[in-house]
Design a protein around this ligand. Structure first.
Ligand code: NAP
Length: 304
């Protein structure tokens, strides 16, 4: 594989940045990779496990001479980081991010970037419920989508970033910014909110810590708990920064929930059966698109 960027800087060293580093090493698409995280603990861990070629003590140091800078911090922190590194960005450099929300990140980051720096926002649709520098792995992006949402930016900068993400294993597409935020509100943000709510409801019942609820939890609830274990800071920022689209989808969700509630109350089995038949087909579509396994219970072998 040929090197696309001689020097890449990763700002924020959590799940996504660490996975990017291991995937870059696997692909050989980056000459040197520098990294920075705000806490000395994360920087020490990164040095210990060999994450990045050089771990710097400031974001500014990490970004000096970088051809690609990727902001891998929570959405709400992107603007402050961009303001900090802006003075040392070199002309012709590409700045990108991996934030789960795009319009708010563009509004926070773009005003700080000097002329001659190309901003190509990106969002890899890949993750786990784990976080931090030790949680990453090279295969995270394999066969997953990475969406680019460039607006009036140099075409070569976009083409290079596309080739970079493809080398990391992802399938790449471009999407209009508002459309991205709406699609993700449907496929990711609202489902997370529902999982947080369901686990919160169970906790409110005061039984979750009782062994009966933990031991007898069915697969559905266990899957909710996995999603609801996702990083609180990241998800707080997602909802605060994708308000409009999330509230729109949440409104629709509530209407559907009321309809199902009424069907249950009225004993309308046909309504329930038709509804569940429709949703089952969506699961089949996801499997046919290669975005999940068709093995029972997601391929988990242990049944507890
Ligand atoms: P993570 O594992 O929690 O790591 C976050 C990193 O950001 C850490 O290095 C942390 O530094 C740093 N950070 C946190 N708050 C900060 C602040 N206020 N200022 C500066 N740095 C800060 O997070 P992640 O899962 O890699 O997520 C990073 C980004 O990727 C987010 O924007 C998220 O929306 C996006 N994303 C996540 C997923 C997912 O499933 N996890 C998927 C796609 C995109 P310390 O370690 O020093 O605290």
């Amino acid at each position: 594989m040929t090197v696309i960027y001689n020097r890449v800087a990763l700002i924020g060293l959590g799940l996504i940045a660490s996975s990017m580093f291991w995937a870059m090493k696997r692909a050989g698409v980056a000459g040197e990779v520098t990294g920075y995280a705000r806490s000395p603990e994360t920087r020490a861990t990164a040095r210990e496990i060999g994450l990045c070629d050089t771990i710097c003590d400031t974001a500014v140091e990490a970004c000096k001479d970088a051809d690609l800078v990727v902001l891998c911090v929570p959405v709400g922190a992107m603007g402050a980081v961009a303001a900090e590194i802006a003075p040392v960005l070199k002309a012709g450099a590409v700045v990108s991010d991996v934030g789960s929300v795009k319009r708010a990140v563009i509004e926070a980051v773009a005003p700080h970037l000097p002329d001659g720096v190309h901003f190509v926002p990106a969002h890899p649709l890949a993750g786990t419920e784990q976080s931090g520098p030790t949680s990453g792995f090279a295969e995270l992006f394999d066969n997953r989508w990475c969406l680019l949402t460039p607006e009036a930016v140099d075409k070569t900068a976009v083409a290079d970033l596309r080739a970079f993400w493809e080398a990391l294993g992802a399938k790449v597409d471009e999407m209009e910014v508002e459309h991205h935020d709406l699609v993700l509100a449907v496929t990711s943000h609202t489902p997370h909110l529902i999982a947080y709510t369901m686990v919160g409801v169970a906790d409110d019942l005061g039984r979750v810590t009782d062994s009966e609820v933990v031991n007898f939890s069915a697969a559905g609830f266990r899957d909710f708990t996995r999603i609801a274990a996702s990083d609180p800071t990241m998800w707080r920022d997602v909802f605060l920064n994708n308000k409009e689209a999330t509230l729109e989808i949440l409104g629709r969700f509530t209407e559907e929930l009321f309809a199902l509630q009424r069907a249950i109350r009225q004993g309308d089995g046909d309504h329930l059966h038709d509804y569940f038949t429709r949703t089952r087909a969506i699961r089949r579509g996801i499997i046919e698109a290669g975005q999940d396994t068709d093995a029972p219970n997601f391929g988990r072998t242990k049944q507890t």
